[in-house]
Design a protein around this ligand. Structure first.
Ligand code: GLN
Length: 289
């Protein structure tokens, strides 16, 4: 499959990596070098450090064939996380599937504040958990707390269950299928409600990352009312589920702070604080009554 093959006996790992890096770059994939490395590692079933030491080794045909499949998918602009079926989040690998978003680095800010805010032995609920990346990361970092996570997509909950088991927190996480609070027992009260719900307005479609648009589930990205629908629904009933000192932590869109503040105040909230992401955008809202 490789042009100008300088070795008669077969292709070497270093050559294969360079070949795909170049093809990705020609297709205007900005992370060409990284992607070629990650995909070749996955095709070979090795870590990045091992790949370096294999640069001059011959590639077995089945690994080459797997790399060709991965490479062709990447050339069609499928994100690496979708090809591999997993993504790194808060220092841990998370499985992803067609019903989940790929965990985003911005969301790590939400987790950071959740970890800081939970009282000792506290309990949280994660609404629209997707891969479970938020709930599982909180539980992994805070062995004293427990949580409940909901999602309307059964396929997402299956992924969240797998991720919870993989990271050894399944004993402290209840998973329930349904919209927002619908499947949450009515007698439960939480110290923290956390959510990264869909918050993109349909009008923002044109400005979106094309790979996310093509490969992330629509229902995980878009919300009605200029992207505010999920916040409205959750805020309307949130107080029923909160302990007296309980708080909400939401991830929000980079232009939504003012509208979120208004929505929270309309729901009777007395305190709304924003935290900025690494790009300087208000990205996390903390709300209390
Ligand atoms: N809570 C999940 C995440 O942060 C899913 C979010 C979503 O699908 N909007 O990845």
């Amino acid at each position: 499959t490789i042009a100008n093959q300088p070795y008669s006996d077969g292709v070497r790992f270093g050559q294969l990596r360079q070949y795909w890096r170049q093809r990705f770059a020609e297709n205007r994939i900005e992370t060409a070098a990284l992607d070629a490395r990650l995909l070749l590692c996955a095709a070979a079933g090795v870590e990045q450090a091992q790949l370096i030491s294999k640069e001059r080794d011959l590639v077995p045909p089945e690994i080459e064939a797997r790399m060709v499949q991965f490479g062709e998918r990447r050339l069609a602009h499928e994100p690496v996380a979708r090809i591999l079926g997993r993504a790194e989040f808060y220092g841990r690998p998370f499985g992803v599937n067609k019903d989940t978003l790929v965990p985003r680095p911005e969301t790590e800010l939400l987790v950071e504040h959740a970890i800081k805010s939970l009282p000792s032995g506290g309990r949280f609920v994660d609404l629209g958990t997707g891969t479970g990346c938020i709930a599982v990361s909180i539980l992994a970092e805070r062995p004293d707390v427990s949580g409940l996570a909901t999602d309307i997509a059964a396929g997402a909950l299956e992924m969240a269950a797998q991720n919870a088991t993989a990271h050894g927190v399944d004993g402290r996480l209840d998973l329930k299928c349904g919209s927002w609070f619908d499947p949450v027992p009515t007698d439960q009260r939480f110290d923290l409600i956390v959510s990264n719900p869909p918050y993109i307005a349909q009008s923002e479609r044109a400005d979106m990352n094309q790979e996310a648009l093509d490969f992330d589930p629509e229902a995980a990205l878009f919300a009605a009312h200029e992207g505010m629908a999920a916040y409205f629904e959750i805020l309307a009933v949130a107080q029923n589920w909160l302990q007296p000192d309980g708080i909400i932590l939401f991830e929000i869109g980079f232009q939504q702070a003012t509208r979120l503040q208004n929505a929270a105040e309309n729901a009777g909230a007395t305190q709304v604080t924003f935290f900025k992401d690494l790009s300087g955008h208000n990205r996390v809202a903390q709300i209390s009554w």
